[in-house]
Design a protein around this ligand. Sequence first.
Ligand code: HEM
Length: 153
Amino acid sequence: MTPTPAEESPTPTVPVTPYEQFGGEPFFTALVAAFYERVAHDPILRPMYPETDLGPAQRRLTMFLEQYWGGPHTYDDERGHPRLRMRHAPYPIDSIARDRWLTLMHDAMVEQGMPEDDERLLWQYLVGAAFGMQNIPDDAPPANAIDVTEVRP
Ligand code: HEM
């Protein structure tokens, strides 16, 4: 007897990673490309990048985000453990740089036209990550402040 649909063994559901849900490799490539198009013309962020060619940096961020959201582990394979705070230590990231990074990333993200829930999930992560990367606290003395320990009476 032919089983009715209800009797058939259910199709196993494969959990979808956010990587797949967001749109996989084409999504992350487009997101980070849109971000770096903005970085290329940004007076605060562009000078922070040591390389003339932003292409390699663009690729590293793409690989990292793909891996973070459940995609291929190419970042780890090529770069090792991310240790992102340590890797950002050479770059002075104050709240102005942080907020500029977030603004450009926000514009790049909105351009992708994601469903609202996905956009909220991605944005919450990006905000947390960017705040975590700030390495010059808001209450740090300005770079040109006088070092009082050097002042002779
Ligand atoms: C808060 C403001 C930020 C600034 C100003 C900033 C700036 C930079 C700069 C100048 C580099 C060096 C370019 C390179 O060689 O790749 C870099 C690398 C990188 N950044 Fe950021 N970044 C920020 C936040 C973030 C956030 C939030 C993430 C992750 C969500 C991130 C992920 C990366 C990655 C994956 C690399 C490459 C690390 C490597 O493998 O060497 N950055 N960033």
